[in-house]
Design a protein around this ligand. Structure first.
Ligand code: FMN
Length: 195
């Protein structure tokens, strides 16, 4: 079994059931000091231009001004779909999404996040600001390009899982189903784990 295909199938079912977490993941990184850091991100499906109609690739979009950018080489993504009672843990390498793809998907963002992406050139994401009113004023005074395009700091990273774990709580006998897959050389090898 290909666990990435399995993930997409579960996610499709979660979407069909209006799962509030279907589009999200918690993405963990290790900071410069060795500190674990985790945050919610939108987990995106991106159709691979090299394989139209094929399985989409998983990606996250972040701003390069963010301190987390430097920690994104190896990440762990957790997705839990409460409507299915299924959890995935994905240990991933990353690779950049092409600028053209990031810029075209960026156009779908609502207006405020678009502005924020430009604002980060002035004040990087996660930097302190004196007050919320100063932030609102500065964002309001931004000179935005016309037509509005993505700033160079808007970036996307494909998540390339090398290990996947699925935990399914929804078992009639109450004993959870837990499996892990890894790729020794090619293909996926499955191991059943004590849940
Ligand atoms: C539902 C939800 C979706 C989010 N999606 C993103 C996202 O796609 N990209 C992003 O950079 N931050 C996103 N955030 C904000 C992050 O969780 C986080 O606050 C921000 O990226 C700063 O994180 P950091 O301090 O770990 O760098 C989202 C937050 C929530 C609650």
């Amino acid at each position: 079994m290909n666990p990435i295909a399995g993930f997409h199938e579960d996610r499709a079912q979660a979407r069909a059931g209006r799962d509030p977490c279907a589009e999200l993941c918690a993405l963990a990184t290790v900071g410069a000091e060795g500190t674990p850091e985790v945050r919610t991100l939108v987990l995106r499906d991106i159709e691979d231009p090299a394989m139209p109609g094929g399985e989409p690739r998983l990606a996250v979009f972040i701003n390069q001004s963010s301190p987390k950018w430097a920690a994104m080489e190896r990440v762990s993504a957790l997705a839990y779909f409460p409507t299915l009672k299924v959890q995935y843990r994905l240990s991933c390498a990353t690779a950049p999404v092409s600028e053209a793809l990031v810029h075209s998907r960026w156009q779908d963002r609502p207006e405020a996040p678009k502005k924020m992406d430009w604002y980060y050139a002035q004040r990087p994401q996660s930097s302190p600001v004196a007050s919320r009113s100063q932030l609102i004023k500065e964002v309001g005074n931004l000179a935005l390009p016309e037509p509005l395009v993505a700033p160079p700091s808007a970036r996307g990273l494909y998540l390339i899982p090398f290990e996947i774990e699925r935990l399914d709580l929804n078992q009639p006998d109450g004993i959870h189903d837990r499996r892990r897959w890894h790729r020794p050389v090619s293909g996926w090898e499955e191991t059943v784990l004590v849940p």
